[in-house]
Design a protein around this ligand. Structure first.
Ligand code: SF4
Length: 929
């Protein structure tokens, strides 16, 4: 195949290096100055081994070729260097779009496009208006020393600047200390003002949405002055997709923030909604400083870690990554590495671990002791949020801030929980205790520091607080005692020692007992299948209890000196020595706060162990587990969850708040036989309000969408459960019938991979690219970007995609669920089933209906959207059908009939419903559900 296509590329400049494109349907190679030819995988691999090739997304091409050692000149790396912090969808089409090049019309056009894109990027380096020029020449010198493949090519395109470039760390701006903010003024919002603000931010003259106006007016109530301590105004607002929730609550929130001088927190569960909120907030606040996205520390670049990586802490490819991250650090909006403006694909080009080790994951920050403290992204974001009108955060961070916030002024008091149906889950993990090997070794490293021979700048307590130790004898003794006690925690190689039956120290001995007991008792079938295994923490034998007691004593021996040390730090702060300057104070403050939460952590572990030999506490569920992936063990330990995690949530978040709104399209369970008004009962119980004796207001807003004409649910009844070839066949045919645009949802990774493996090549040959979570070496956010960008593409995934996908328009027109999404029968699930007031089945049904409703919610995102929702289930219980919005046609039918409906829809013209009616009436075997 040559390049005789309508692709207008050849007239543009090209970088005359060979280029390779490969996907599931084949490989295309364009040699120097030559034509593009379709080649076999073998030839592509041999050529790639001999010659450096231009490629796009090396890990993906490598996986398509089945040749993991593939290397070459990756256009994505070049893009990350030339345009750090700029968005691009990492596909040929996306690259063409970003660079203003003609889009390829077929696979055979792609190698030429790669040559053109390389030429365009290099030409940009010579252009006078290159916005990201500063720092490029210096970075290139570093990259040349690391033998980065692009370095010699770029060296010809980037001129040495006349004046030496500033070092990254001196270029970044410093944050300013500001005066403490007074408490917010007490304000009553007038409805007329709220509606006029809504009108203003939605755009004058925009179509009036009465539902949105009601919603905004109700949301305004949570901002009224509180009348009783510990009793916030609470509103549960269920609003169908399309109500316009975001601007609906931002209207009163912005008015209140402006009038009161206070901060409103909007909390989400997914990053997709955070991105959307950031966009929408621009319509409300023209001053971008008034809006801050706040995430956990582990999301941000730690400049000290980066400096360490640049100065030899990282080797090989990771060192190249560090240089590219340094380029990005100079241009990023806020230093957010996970879901911010660092391209999600950058980590996967170099292995994701490189990215995570540049963040502050392990709480080893030295605060004011850090030379970059005044430029630190984390510190800047914390300060900015204290000054902001609106803080966009996630549920877990809001809970952590409410529980551990050092500063009362920084605690959230007016909170909108969007995606409110996930607050329970977020509280469940926030208020949990997990004494596992992985958690315990982190604690050891925090106290003792890294073991000998490990790279990096991590230091233990004694190094971080060396000045305190030399000044305060009691403090020094406490540090030494903590260090000694931490030897009982697992060290490097713990997993191997435990698996081989040679544990060292009390905690490893406990983990060995956990492992032995779990494997002895587990009957889930997970052992054979290679999954994790678990057993309840009940009826444990004598030796186990002895191991638990010894571990508890070892933990207590560590907790005591840490408490002691905290007291000494407090004393030093109360009577500061002469040498303690402002920076020293900040460092000691930082150390105190991280000490406090570690002391709490150890106390929670001790409580968990103490209960093993005592009576059962009905408020908790405890179990032992060995975590495995593909049969390989990676962690093990004891776990504790609250039966009702909204209890601690109420005590820490609701109790201190003045106004709280929980909103979502799916707050209530749509149990068909219950009185509709009664169904608020479950939503209220799951809000935690009863634990602070508050009766929340409730409000429901119907979606403005015409589901009867926009969507159709097809329940395909002839695919037997567990029949993988039939399942894969059904997926393949459904995707073909709709011409792509399908989101396939699975409850098990194993089945997802099996289906993908069987159909990906066929789909690609038909021009229907198929991407998959857990298969393609691409992060989930980027997979969704790719899917959104190509209406012929389809995407397979698991839980994360059920919620986090917002793809309005034509790119998503079919959702396929492999089966009824039953909950996993875990020990925790069994305990919650038993605790449900209406019994186990009601508990399960609520979960399934919620999952179906969330998945269905992906399909129709706008008034113009149309599509099908297919569940492959021979025996779909009718009682679950209420999960779908009222009026949505539901049809039980065979696969053949489902395909007919999809084809009719794909060929245009008929709406799903009119098809459903005519087909349903004309067939005996196809009955309306
Ligand atoms: S202040 Fe802490 S998080 Fe910030 S750059 Fe320094 S060490 Fe890293």
């Amino acid at each position: 195949m040559d390049d005789a296509s309508p692709f207008p590329g050849p007239t543009l400049p090209v970088l005359d290096l060979p280029a390779l494109h490969a996907n599931h349907s084949g490989c295309w190679l364009r040699m120097r100055g030559g034509a593009t030819n379709a080649v076999g995988k073998g030839e592509a691999i041999v050529t790639a081994a001999d010659t450096p090739l231009l490629i796009l997304n090396a890990p993906l091409v490598a996986s398509r070729l089945g040749y993991p050692d593939l290397s070459g000149l990756d256009l994505l790396e070049l893009y990350a260097f030339v345009h750090p912090a700029r968005f691009v969808v990492p596909t040929p089409k996306g690259l063409a779009q970003a660079l203003g090049l003609a889009q390829p019309t077929g696979d055979a056009d792609v190698p030429l496009l790669l040559q053109q894109a390389a030429a365009a990027l290099l030409a940009h380096c010579g252009a006078p208006d290159w916005a990201e020029r500063e720092g490029a020449w210096t970075a290139l010198q570093g990259l040349a020393k690391l033998r980065w493949a692009w370095a010699p090519v770029l060296a010809t395109a980037i001129e040495k600047p006349a004046r030496a470039e500033r070092w990254l760390f001196s270029r970044l701006p410093e944050w300013e200390e500001t005066a403490e903010r007074p408490q917010p003024a007490q304000v009553d919002l007038l409805q007329a003002d709220v509606l006029s603000q809504l009108d203003h931010i939605t755009g004058h003259g925009s179509e009036s949405r009465p539902g949105q106006q009601d919603y905004a007016a109700r949301a305004a109530h949570i901002f009224a002055p509180r009348t009783a301590r510990g009793a916030p105004h609470m509103l549960l607002a269920e609003a169908g997709t399309g109500t316009g929730k975001t601007l609906g609550y931002l209207a009163p929130a912005s008015l209140w923030a402006h009038a009161s001088g206070g901060t409103v927190w909007v909390s989400t569960y997914t990053k997709a909604l955070q991105r959307q909120l950031r966009r929408e907030a621009r319509r409300v606040w023209s001053d971008s400083n008034r809006v801050v996205v706040r995430k956990g520390r582990e999301n941000y670049l730690c400049l000290l870690n980066l400096e360490d990586a640049l100065q030899g802490g990282f080797g090989g490819r990771a060192a190249i990554l560090a240089q590219l991250v340094a380029r990005w650090a100079a241009y990023t909006q806020d230093g957010d590495m996970i879901g911010g403006d660092l391209p999600g694909w950058l980590g996967t080009l170099f292995r994701q671990r490189g990215i995570t080790s540049l963040t502050d994951r392990r709480g080893e920050c030295v605060y004011a002791g850090c030379p970059h403290y005044r430029k630190c992204f984390i510190e800047r974001s914390a300060r900015a949020s204290a000054e902001a009108d609106l803080v966009i955060a996630n549920h877990a961070l809001v809970m952590v801030n409410a529980a551990r916030g050092k500063d009362v002024a920084l605690r959230p008091t007016r909170i909108v929980f969007d995606e409110g149906h996930h607050v329970f889950e977020a509280a469940d993990s926030t208020f949990s205790a997990d004494l596992t090997g992985a958690e315990a070794i982190e604690l050891r490293r925090w106290v003792i520091g890294p073991e000998k021979g490990s790279k990096g700048r991590r230091r233990g307590l004694s190094a971080r607080l060396a000045d305190v130790a030399s000044y305060d004898e009691a403090g020094a003794r406490a540090i030494a005692a903590a260090r000694e006690a931490a030897e009982a925690l697992p060290g490097d190689g713990w997993l191997q020692r435990v698996v081989e039956g040679e544990p060292s120290g009390e905690i490893e001995q406990l983990l060995a007992a956990v492992r032995a007991t779990t494997f002895a008792r587990d009957e889930s079938g997970g052992q054979e299948a290679g999954y994790g295994v678990e057993t309840e923490a009940a009826s444990l034998d004598g030796p186990f209890i002895e191991a638990a007691l010894a571990a508890g004593e070892a933990l207590a021996a560590l907790r005591k000196p840490l408490i002691q040390l905290g007291l000494r730090l407090e004393a030093i702060m109360d009577e500061p020595p002469d040498w303690l300057d402002g920076q020293g104070r900040a460092r000691i403050e930082g150390a105190r706060s991280s000490l406090t939460w570690r002391v709490d952590l150890i106390a929670a572990w001790e409580a968990l162990l103490a209960r093993l030999s005592g009576p059962v506490d009905p408020g908790f569920v405890d179990w032992l587990a060995v975590d495995r992936a593909d049969g390989r063990e990676y962690d093990m330990g004891l776990h504790r969850r609250w039966v009702d995690p909204m209890q601690p949530f109420a005590a820490t978040v609701l109790n201190g708040a003045h106004g709280v709104m929980m909103t979502s399209a799916t707050l209530r369970d749509r149990a068909g036989d219950a009185d509709w008004d009664q169904s608020w009962e479950g939503a209220v119980a799951r809000s935690g309000a009863q634990h602070i004796e508050v009766t929340p207001e409730v409000a429901a807003f119907e979606s403005p969408f015409d589901y009867a004409n926009q969507a159709e649910v097809l329940i395909v009844t002839d695919i037997p459960r567990g029949d993988i070839p039939a399942l894969a066949g059904a997926y393949g045919q459904l995707i073909e019938a709709s011409g792509g645009g399908a989101l396939g949802l699975f409850t098990a990774i194993r089945r997802l991979r099996a289906v993908h493996g069987r159909i990906a090549d066929r789909m690609a040959r038909n021009g229907l690219p198929l991407y998959a979570q857990h298969v393609d070496p691409i992060d989930t956010g980027t997979l969704v970007d790719i899917f959104r960008d190509d209406p012929h593409a389809s995407l397979l995934g698991t839980d994360a995609l059920r919620d986090g996908v917002d793809v309005p328009g034509d790119s998503l027109r079919l959702v396929i669920m492999e089966q009824v999404p039953w909950p996993k029968p875990s020990i925790l699930h069994r305990a919650r089933r038993l605790a449900h007031p209406q019994g186990g089945q009601a508990h399960d049904d609520r979960i399934i209906r919620a999952r179906l409703a969330q998945a269905f919610g992906r399909l129709i995102r706008g008034r113009g959207d149309r599509g099908h929702f297919v569940v492959l289930s021979a025996a779909f219980p009718s009682r679950l059908l209420t999960a779908f919005p009222a009026g949505t046609p539901v049809v039980r039918c065979t696969l053949a009939e489902a395909l007919q409906r999809l084809r009719a829809h794909a060929s245009g013209g008929t709406s799903p419903l009119s098809q459903a009616e005519s087909s349903a009436q004309s067939r005996n075997d196809c009955q309306n559900g």
